[in-house]
Design a protein around this ligand. Structure first.
Ligand SMILES: Nc1ccn([C@@H]2O[C@H](COP(=O)(O)O)[C@@H](O)[C@H]2O)c(=O)n1
Ligand SMILES: [Zn+2]
Ligand SMILES: [Zn+2]
Length: 624
């Protein structure tokens, strides 16, 4: 598939490929409802994790960053035509997920250049910008300087090596006025992240709200029409890690009726939460699969700075109160857009045939993206994946489960040649596995997509099997630091094999699910995808999807190569394994198993290139 994986540099070629992709996607079901435009509107991205190329193997999420650049410019133009405000917001986690961000040293060296083509109004930091000191300093020295006052890190600091003082990576807050006169006071709040590099400092939100600078900021004598909280922080306050509630409450105590709008992230879900009648929170998924839309109206020209159009003409208006009993003036709408060109074109230009979708900046971004991918060898083809292996669409460790494949990979390639005769147990946190492995070409890029973290394999030698064999159960019961967030839903009935849900033809889907394509509307060809229920109900997904099966999986899994020694990846679960082993074992017993560079990022590409499972003959290697 040359056009998908070969180097493409010319803008005209890009244009042709985009047209083909859009035509192909038009054949399937897409959006049907115009967006509700309010006085104040937002487009929201979060947890992009380097997926700026879009999903090459999933048409439904196939738009690239250049398409988004075009879309954002078209939507800004549309907002101006309508006489209303549109703000673009991102809530962090830019690395660890795809080759574009993770194949450079440090992560993000190239992907940040592409990311910066989007004209964001406000951004904030994610935990993935803080794990490693060199990534954090890159964020401080480059990313933060690029975005200036738009980059908000209200509770995140870094040690300035020149002064030995801690400084905020970005700004603590931003008080600004929109094109149409709204006076906004914005903060950027990270959840209480504790895995950060020791040159950085995260202040818990509960503490931050009592700091003088924050108290002074919210007690400003300058007028504020809306408080905006953006944060790598779950929209839902009660999920265990979410800390927006503290900030919301602190503001509400001082400003009983001023709207507080919240944009969150980190838990990788589509979600919308109501805090009170003047305050809602949106969370917009992950990995360039979802673009969030939020609109609101209710600003009066008498009591706010708003100078724009009160009710834009020719478009639906936000019509829902935050609560059933609300007497406040605020009306809201929210929508989760699938990240594809059909969706973008539908909402940006609709039926206006005199307008073309692609902007020059968008086409240039796509071109640049393609040439960066070629330079980073991300298009290099290793082998052909014969089937689809997924994280949650198949029962844990069944033939369609990614954990079955990875267990085999760990057993066969994570071997220290000097200890090859020794048996071993290899323990991995399932949180380190970030994405499914799709059927079709396995490229250098795919090496980063499934298991992107550089978590080094450590080992403790000669642990008796009687002891070692209990470690997995212990970790699954008590291991906390690296267990994945509790996001996977309840198990569904068992199912043997798994067909790639995003690409399987409808005939195959029907073989598995006779109701596929008929669950909500009597129409053709629903693509499988997100079905979201949030505080406003079930109509948030812009494109109606049929359901993807979803099975739960444990926090840790294990591969077995024998029983005399115990190999412990990654460094981050070492302490929990030592805790389990108890007296007689300490950190000094753990050392690199292969070497200091052999990590959870290394083993899958190695396995793919060695295993009979993955075909060398790539001539017939198609995605379908
Ligand atoms: N070196 C690392 C870093 C992170 N993880 C896993 O990622 C999870 C956090 O990712 P979010 O996108 O949700 O912020 C974390 O809980 C770990 O499971 C890892 O395995 N190794
Ligand atoms: Zn994330
Ligand atoms: Zn995160």
């Amino acid at each position: 598939c040359d056009s998908c994986f070969g180097p493409i540099n010319r803008v005209e070629h890009v244009r042709q490929v985009k047209r083909m992709q859009s035509d192909a996607h038009n054949a399937t079901y897409g959006p049907t409802r115009a967006l509700e435009w309010g006085q104040l509107n937002f487009l929201h991205t979060t947890d992009t994790h380097g997926w700026l190329e879009g999903h090459l193997k999933e048409t439904n999420y196939g738009a690239d960053w250049g398409d988004f650049v075009s879309f954002a410019a078209q939507m800004k133009a549309k907002a101006r035509e309508l006489g209303v405000d549109l703000l673009l917001v991102d809530t962090g986690d830019l690395h660890d997920g795809a080759g574009l961000s993770d194949s450079t040293d440090p992560d993000g060296e190239v992907s940040n250049i592409v990311f910066e083509k989007l004209d964001y109004d406000l951004l904030t930091i994610g935990n993935h910008e803080l794990y490693l000191a060199d990534v954090a300093y890159q964020d401080y020295n480059e990313f933060s300087k690029f975005w200036g006052e738009k980059y908000l890190t209200s509770n995140v600091q870094i040690l300035n090596p020149n002064t030995s003082e801690y400084e905020y990576l970005g700004n603590q807050y931003r008080h600004f006025t929109t094109e149409n006169g709204l006076r906004i006071l914005a903060f950027g709040i990270l959840f209480d992240f504790t895995g950060n590099a020791n040159v950085t400092r995260v202040t818990p939100a509960e503490t931050m709200v009592n700091e003088t600078w924050f108290v002074d900021a919210i007690n400003t004598s300058d007028p504020v029409d809306l408080f905006l909280l953006i944060g790598h922080n779950t929209a839902l306050p009660q999920d265990g890690t979410g800390t927006f509630q503290f900030v919301h409450d602190a503001i509400r105590n001082v400003h009983p009726s001023t709207p507080i709008q919240i944009f969150g992230g980190h838990s990788h879900i589509r979600d919308f939460v109501v805090y009170d009648e003047a305050s809602t929170a949106l969370e917009s998924g992950r990995y360039c699969e979802t673009l969030g839309w939020l609109s609101m109206s209710g600003f009066s020209k008498n009591s706010s700075g708003y100078t724009g159009v009160s009710a834009p003409e020719g478009v639906p208006a936000p019509s829902r109160k935050a609560t059933n009993t609300s007497l406040a003036p605020w009306n809201y709408s929210r929508r989760y857009l699938d990240w594809n060109r059909l969706t973008f074109e539908y909402h940006a230009i609709g039926s206006q045939t005199n307008r073309t979708f692609d902007t020059q900046a968008g086409l240039d971004t796509t071109s640049e993206l393609k040439s960066f991918r070629a330079q980073l060898n991300l298009t290099d083809l290793y082998r052909c994946a014969p089937q689809y292996w997924c994280m949650s669409c198949a029962e844990f460790n069944s033939s369609g489960s990614i954990y079955s494949l990875l267990t085999e990979a760990l057993s066969s390639v994570v071997v220290n040649s000097t200890r090859a005769d020794k048996s071993r147990l290899t323990l991995v946190n399932t949180g380190s596995i970030r994405f499914d492995l799709h059927k079709g070409p396995f490229t250098h890029d795919d090496s980063f997509i499934v298991s992107p973290f550089v978590d080094i394999f450590m080992y403790i030698p000669d642990v008796p099997y009687s002891l070692a064999s209990g470690a997995l159960d212990y970790l699954n019961q008590y291991g906390s630091v690296w267990k994945r967030d509790n996001l996977n839903p309840m198990p569904l009935p068992a199912q043997d094999s798994c067909i790639d849900p995003f690409l399987a033809p409808m005939s195959e889907m029907k073989a598995r699910d006779p109701h596929a394509g008929h669950s909500r509307r009597q129409t053709v060809e629903l693509t499988q995808g997100y079905i979201t229920t949030d505080a406003f109900g079930t109509d948030g997904d812009d494109t109606v999807h049929s359901e993807i099966p979803s099975y739960s999986y444990p926090h840790f899994f294990q591969a077995m190569g024998g029983f005399r020694a115990m190999e412990v990846p990654p460094t981050c679960i070492q302490s929990e394994v030592l805790e389990y082993l108890g007296d007689g074992y300490s950190e000094t017993d753990a050392s690199y198993y292969i070497d200091e560079s052999f990590s959870t990022q290394s083993y899958l590409p190695l396995f793919v290139q060695q295993s009979e499972l993955f075909q060398k003959n790539i001539n017939n290697c198609t995605i379908y």
